[in-house]
Write a protein that binds this ligand. Sequence first.
Ligand SMILES: Cc1cc2nc3c(=O)[nH]c(=O)nc-3n(C[C@H](O)[C@H](O)[C@H](O)COP(=O)(O)OP(=O)(O)OC[C@H]3O[C@@H](n4cnc5c(N)ncnc54)[C@H](O)[C@@H]3O)c2cc1C
Length: 455
Amino acid sequence: MTRHVPALVVGGGISGLVCALALRKAGIEAQLVEASARPGGVINSVTRDGFLLELGPQSFSGTAQLHQLCEDLGISDQVVLAPPRTPRYILIDGELRSVPLSAPALFMSSLINGATKWALVLDILGKSTPPDGDESVASFVRRKFSAQLLDRLVGPFVSGIYAGDPERLSVRSAFPQLYEAEKVSGSIVRGMLRLAKTKKAPRGQSTLQTFRDGNQTLASAISRKLGAALLTETSLTGIVKRSDGSFAAHLDANGRQESVTAQSLVVTTPTEVTGKLLVSLDSQFESLMGSVEYAPVAVVSLGYRKKDVSHSLDGFGFLVPRSAGLRILGSVWNSSLFPGRAPDGQALLTTFVGGATDPAVTNLKLEELANLAHREISPVLLIKSNPAFSHVTIWPRALPQYNLSHGDRLARIENLRAQFPGMWLAGNYLRGPSIGSCVEQALTVADEVRHWLAQ
Ligand SMILES: Cc1cc2nc3c(=O)[nH]c(=O)nc-3n(C[C@H](O)[C@H](O)[C@H](O)COP(=O)(O)OP(=O)(O)OC[C@H]3O[C@@H](n4cnc5c(N)ncnc54)[C@H](O)[C@@H]3O)c2cc1C
């Protein structure tokens, strides 16, 4: 017999988990289906040889909603915060230089030259307007500041968030705060300061954080709360819109075929899956979703004996400008940031390789990637031995790229979606790839579904 559910949520990454949980909290009997055996999607913490590894996101920025979620789930006591104002570094001319963490510190820093500082002054005192059309992050930074700022700070920062190419990322889609700052205040610095005053994160929570046992804690806690409302190893394989307005969903539960009808449907799968699933509703979904590009990233976790690393590892880690000619994008010093990441006397360093400007990274073997990361970080951190431990994860489609025209594409996707009342989309390709953004979006969608079902 075909089951009927008021809401079917597809995909048990953080977007789907949070959406299903919010619906259940609102008294709606939502059913969540996740294709794999482990909920969490790209959030994946594992323990190997005494090292606590994050195979996907390493940590996340606290937001008011994440704070509340942890409270509701009873896991706030497991949150661990990175030490406040932890130094971050950029590799310039083979040396690690600390990143200025405020506008005054940037102004005083020797990382940028006089011309860039003068451009900052002009921004603060002057007034500019963004161009009408979409503008790349690189064009934006060159127009407002300088090529040097792009190379030394903005480019590496862009790598750290999107593993993206600043020449192709849209400033309006990828960094909407910067676009808004200029549009509203006529100045990036003035606009960003104004925005900082209205930030939603509770005091002390916007800092980087994780959980004592890794990011997986969040996904596992939501899964436990969902109980039987979460079906793992259950894939959505097809959708049909029925004449009564509901959706008939075909599921593959570990080889067993099932059908579920759902009054409302929330699809949180990555674009390549979403496009194929929704093609039965409208063929345009496949081409629109297919045009969202993703950057590949290899996550290389290396463990060293501390005595073999001469650098003090006193900080978050370092980012690498593309002009340095290396293939690594940056390295996070996990064991300096959070307790319990490595056995006593050892250090855990996670290095990211690839990104949108180096897609060939996915052709390398795991061992080649481990060797490459070790070879490139060793002279920087003065490492005297081979790693005592290594683990490599390749994500061929790690992060969606909010490239030029992304805004137009999303508007077209939204128009198309609106033709199927009762269906919503969520996920990291829509309104921000960070965990905090995915949570915010999932909660918004859950609220919309709740209102719609109440009509
Ligand atoms: C290497 C890496 C590093 C990152 N670093 C950070 C960081 O430091 N900080 C930060 O905030 N964010 C970071 N992110 C981004 C963030 O982790 C992701 O954007 C976010 O977790 C994505 O969640 P999601 O639920 O939208 O998608 P996903 O996690 O991709 O979940 C989608 C789910 O859908 C399931 N699925 C697929 N097909 C089907 C189907 N047919 N039926 C049912 N289920 C299906 C998949 O199995 C998966 O579980 C990082 C991401 C990566 C990959």
